[in-house]
Design a protein around this ligand. Structure first.
Ligand code: MN
Length: 295
């Protein structure tokens, strides 16, 4: 099943060109917590799954093209992300990265991105107004967690996967010796985590570690790899993350980017496509708001 958030945090099941609005199948109290709807749905999936199968036949359908898609889970408690998880990406950034000495995600562990940096397929990637810094695209498979996960060994970890989504880990690069901000902040500007267009439930992705992962800028293919080339696989990423914190239903792990990372500028159009998961295209624009700090 493909689950999406749209318009004012409504939930939908996507089927072909249509989105079936399932918001009315959720408990009334969520009307007061609309951003929590997807977290609740995922946490209650074992019972909701069958209910939705029946509900869908009577749910109102809308053309997918007529809704504004939001990040499929607009409010995960955690977004974790893998640095340096494809061998050919390691080293390609030279002095523009804090990852030194060829260390992979296995040695470094994960970092955090702010959930407030999420944006959906109907949004735009907004760069700080007037900035001369370099901002990069990173094309990544996102893994969505199904249930509370603490100290989960990798052998059991795939039982904690709810589904998958496309994720762009947008990044402001450091300038060695000039500007070396914390990674978490360079990757957490508002809209720096485009995610979507929906979450595909895990039962529809038989081999998540054998998926084409591709990204285009203005129609030009920039990144083209396969998730089989990840150094740390999905199960080990969950082991790593859950050894530090309790993962919550709806949490997101961005599994790292392959080689081909490069800059985006205002006016560009960036497209991500992950096989069996989906595709989305977002415009890159300057923020309209003037920042009190220059970047
Ligand atoms: Mn990344």
């Amino acid at each position: 099943m493909k689950l999406a958030s749209f318009n004012d945090y409504r939930l939908g099941v996507v089927d072909g060109d249509a989105v079936y609005d399932i918001t009315a199948a959720l408990p009334d109290f969520l009307a007061h917590l609309p951003r929590q709807r997807m977290n609740w749905l995922i946490a209650n999936w074992p019972t909701m799954r069958n209910k939705l199968a029946n509900f869908r036949t009577s749910a109102p359908a809308t053309a997918l093209s007529s809704v504004r898609l939001l990040a499929p889970n607009p409010a995960p408690q955690h977004i974790l992300a893998a640095p340096a998880n494809y061998q050919k990406h390691i080293g390609e950034l030279g002095s523009r990265t804090v990852t030194q000495g060829g260390r992979s995600a296995r040695e470094q562990g994960l970092f955090l991105k702010a959930p407030g940096s999420l944006v959906g397929a109907g949004g735009a990637l907004l760069l700080p107004k007037g900035s001369q810094r370099r901002f990069d695209h990173e094309s990544e498979l996102a893994v969505v967690i199904s249930r509370l996960a603490r100290n989960v060994p990798r052998e059991k970890a795939m039982d904690f996967v709810f589904g998958y989504s496309c994720l762009i880990d947008a990044t402001m690069r450091i300038e060695k010796g000039v500007a070396e901000e914390e990674r978490s902040m360079r990757k957490s500007f508002e809209t720096f985590t485009p995610m979507g267009p929906w979450i595909v439930t895990a039962d529809e992705v038989a081999a998540p570690e054998s998926l084409k992962n591709q990204l285009w800028v203005n129609g030009e293919l920039k990144q083209s790899a396969n998730t089989r080339d990840m150094i740390v696989g999905i199960a080990e990423l969950i082991e790593m993350a859950s050894s530090v914190m309790t993962l919550q239903p709806g949490d997101v792990i961005a599994s790292g980017t392959p080689e081909g990372v490069g800059p985006v500028s205002p006016g560009d159009e960036v497209r991500i496509e992950i096989e069996q998961v989906g595709a989305m295209t977002l415009p890159v624009r300057e923020c309209e708001a003037v920042s009190p700090r220059a970047y």
